[in-house]
Ligand binder design. Structure first.
Ligand code: NAP
Length: 326
């Protein structure tokens, strides 16, 4: 099968389009014929081995990217199922966490794969898993957003932000999205009642205070983010951005958040890495109900995955960047 492999750390230019064997599946896995796969900042962190501390922690590979076939997010059709798998059959249309999504076939743990909502194309479905469940955990779980609250989403036009705005709106919040001029109409179309164009205004100037601020960008110091909160408001940082550079990445910012949280009335919450099938099903239920529609900002053929990765790395993706496989 054709696949995009990453045999050494580096820029997206080290990605290669090659022939490799089809993945083997275990008893709890499914084999999926991939139709579309989505890019995430996670992919370029793995490719670059960035931040360096992640190499020592074993999360991106020590001397070369782990795994060899790139990509974790996808949608496709089940080709085969392991002996222990119940509830999924060959021919089912699915989305989920794939191991090596930038390929014609991918292995996936069956528990992290769910039925694709019929109203979505494969391209739309491909971007649901990582960005959708992250946004759900940030808004519903960590943010505990309630109807009527004022919620601000920083980075509202991006992969996570475009889901976060819609999920907060679905929960009945009055949502403000922060983005650049060219994305104001997009963010409004997602249901945001207000949009702050960060090229003209600063949401941390203290003029408006929010019950929940969900930060996907990491470009503001903590004291300014706190100034945008009510006295008992909640900040949810998904560890976006790398304020401490390529060595420690977001770790310093997370530790600061946790340390300051102990001394203030505001709730300052980093987002844990863990998610479950229940999160993914909750996201696809919102999609089925028509309350959440993934935004696909750009698509690339599998052969041009590196171009998609360069685009994502520049930090101004609109919604999801998607690779079309078949
Ligand atoms: N903790 C977790 O489990 C988890 C999971 C997924 C992602 N993340 C992290 O969350 C972050 C966001 O991920 P993503 O997938 O949403 O990334 P993304 O799709 O690349 O987001 C890019 C967005 O950031 C916006 N942006 C750039 N500069 C901005 C600024 N100064 N103010 C406001 N918005 C700005 C851009 O909007 P404009 O084009 O309008 O500038 C663009 O829409 C990443 O750092 C990622 O590593 C964490």
């Amino acid at each position: 099968m054709k696949a995009i492999i990453q045999d050494r750390f580096g820029s997206p230019d080290v990605l290669q389009f090659v022939d490799v064997g089809k993945p083997e599946i275990g008893p709890d896995d499914v084999l999926v014929r991939v139709h579309a796969a989505a890019l995430n900042p996670h992919d370029w962190h793995i490719l670059r081995g960035d931040p360096y501390i992640a190499r020592l922690m074993g999360t991106v590979g020590l001397t070369r990217p782990k795994p060899r076939i790139a990509g974790v997010d996808g949608a496709g059709i089940v080709e085969a199922v392991g002996v222990n798998v119940r509830g999924l059959r060959p021919g089912d249309e699915v989305l989920g966490r794939f191991e090596g999504a930038f390929a014609e076939y991918a292995r996936a743990v069956a528990d992290l794969v769910v039925p694709k909502p019929a109203r979505l194309t494969f391209e739309q479905a491909a971007g649901v898993t990582m960005a959708g469940q992250t946004a759900l955990r940030a808004i519903r779980d960590a943010g505990q957003v309630q109807a009527g609250q004022r919620v601000l989403v920083n980075g509202a036009a991006g992969g996570v932000g475009s889901f976060a705005v819609q999920i907060a709106v679905a929960l009945g919040a009055e949502v403000t999205g922060v983005c650049s001029t060219g994305n104001v109409e997009l963010v409004r179309s997602l249901g945001a009642a207000h949009v702050v164009d960060y090229t003209k205004d600063d949401f941390t100037d203290g003029r408006v205070r929010y019950d929940v601020v969900q930060d996907n960008v990491g470009n503001q110091p903590l004291r300014r983010l706190r100034r945008a909160l009510t006295p008992t408001g909640t900040l949810v940082s998904n560890a976006g951005g790398s304020p401490d550079g390529r060595v420690l990445g977001p770790i310093g910012a997370i530790l600061r958040l946790v340390a300051v949280n102990g001394f203030v009335r505001q709730r300052l919450r980093p987002l844990p890495d863990k998610w479950t099938r229940a999160h993914l099903l909750a996201v696809t239920e919102l999609v089925e109900a028509g309350r959440l529609t993934p935004v696909v900002g750009s698509t690339y053929p599998l052969t041009d995955t590196a171009a998609g990765m360069h685009h994502l790395e520049r930090g101004h993706a609109r919604g999801k960047v998607v690779v079309t496989v078949t």
